[in-house]
Design a protein around this ligand. Structure first.
Ligand code: LLP
Length: 385
């Protein structure tokens, strides 16, 4: 089954471009927020890195979600969309001084700190402003996620977070500083996770760490478990809204939250991936020695996931209902990895047809580059057309 697109309205737009279905985005946000609201003290911060299109962020703000930012640019984008600073968390293994100062100036909710040198800098910059910064420590839980190696973050070998055995040391360091306030623990094990057992494993790890803190009479008010809930790239229409219900239920069941604690989540992909498609035009159909190529005007500069992670995105010819034929679907960039899919069945394809590359609303437009001096793709919502 193909997706439904306003193909006649696409005619005037220059390809390639991203198209965001705001009705699906609104429904996804509604589901995520209402499933979280079944539990007391579950709070959502949308991971801005997945998609920072201004209209997308403005719908996020309307839903009541906060923002998880990893750069000064993302903090600015979130604030510009009207997301209150009190709902912004700032993560990242390398925060520059100006970015920390930006967070301090706006009194963001907290900094997720990844090392003692970073903690010292935050303490100093906060002291310079006569402020106290709220901080959580990002711990590396050494929990493997069953996903692509490039998007696994919670293993000991990854650069992210602080090793669990260093917890006491970093907490002591924070308690000895007067311009940081230690308020909680932060985790993120990886992305595109569909096995709820991975999240349950994270919960067990957090339970152990909380027991360790409690043994020291230390209780924190906040636990942040990051993002990671995956989506169905194979069948974007079958379950267009990810299974937020099982996701939150897994945490509710496995994590021993203390009565006063708030649990924070940072979903990115699960919120925006399915509402977005990369729309492209077929430039040429070329017969190779033993296969045919559909050559698009979109390339890896517009959507890098297939080249970078061998990621699968469903590809559809939205201009043709003719019988199926098999194509390698490729872009125009001078790189052999500029391939969206090999041996893909498409309705018979000709020059000028529009192609939709599905499930591209997360880590699509935001990861575009200008390689080959190409223009960045634009993003349109269904409300723009
Ligand atoms: N929180 C933290 C600390 C993260 O590092 C990430 C993603 C998220 C939340 C959001 O995770 P999500 O819910 O979207 O899985 N470019 C890659 C994905 C990189 C994810 C990086 N961190 C891709 O295209 O698959």
């Amino acid at each position: 089954m193909k997706g439904t697109f306003p193909v006649s309205k696409f005619g005037e737009l220059r390809t390639p471009f991203y198209y965001y279905d705001t009705e699906l985005l609104r429904n996804t946000l509604k589901t995520a927020c209402s499933e979280a609201a079944r539990y007391e003290r579950f709070e959502l911060h949308y991971a801005v890195k997945a998609n920072a299109h201004p209209q997308v962020l403005s719908l996020i703000r309307e839903s009541g979600m906060g923002a998880d930012c990893v750069s000064g640019g993302e903090i600015r984008a979130a604030l510009k969309a009207g997301i209150p600073a009190s709902k912004i968390v700032f993560a990242g293994v390398g925060k520059a001084d100006w970015e920390i100062n930006l967070g301090l100036d706006h009194d963001i909710f907290c900094f997720n700190v990844e090392s003692i040198p970073e903690l010292e800098v935050i303490n100093q910059l906060a002291a310079d402003k006569g402020k106290q910064a709220s901080i959580m420590f990002r711990l590396n839980p050494n929990v493997g996620a069953h996903t692509h190696a490039n998007i696994t973050t919670g293993l000991a070998e990854n650069k992210f977070g602080i090793a669990m055995e260093d917890l006491d040391k970093v907490v002591d360091a924070a308690l000895g500083m007067s311009n940081v306030r230690f308020i909680g623990l932060h985790f993120h094990i990886g992305s595109q996770i569909l096995d709820m057992g991975d999240f349950a494993a994270l919960c067990n790890r957090i339970n152990e760490l909380q027991d360790r803190l409690e043994a020291r009479q230390l209780l924190v008010n906040h636990i942040n478990v990051g993002g990671g809930l995956g989506i169905d790239y194979q069948h974007p229409n079958r379950q267009a809204i990810p299974d937020f219900k099982s996701y939150f239920a897994t945490y509710a069941k496995n994590l021993r939250l203390r009565p006063h604690q708030t649990l924070h989540f940072e979903p990115g992909r699960a919120v925006t991936a399915q509402c977005g498609s990369l729309i492209s035009r077929v430039l040429y159909v070329k017969q190779g020695a033993n296969k045919q190529f559909a050559i698009l005007d979109a390339g890896m500069t517009d959507l890098i996931r297939p080249a970078l992670y061998q990621a699968y995105h469903k590809i559809e010819n939205i201009s043709s209902d003719e019988p199926m034929e098999t194509y390698d679907v490729v872009g125009p960039i001078c790189e052999s990895s500029d391939v969206f899919g090999k041996a893909i069945d498409l309705n018979r394809t000709k020059r000028g047809d529009l192609i939709a590359i599905r499930s591209a609303g997360a880590y699509g437009e935001v990861m575009a580059s200008g390689y080959n001096c190409r223009e960045l793709p634009k993003g349109y919502t269904s409300e723009d057309l």
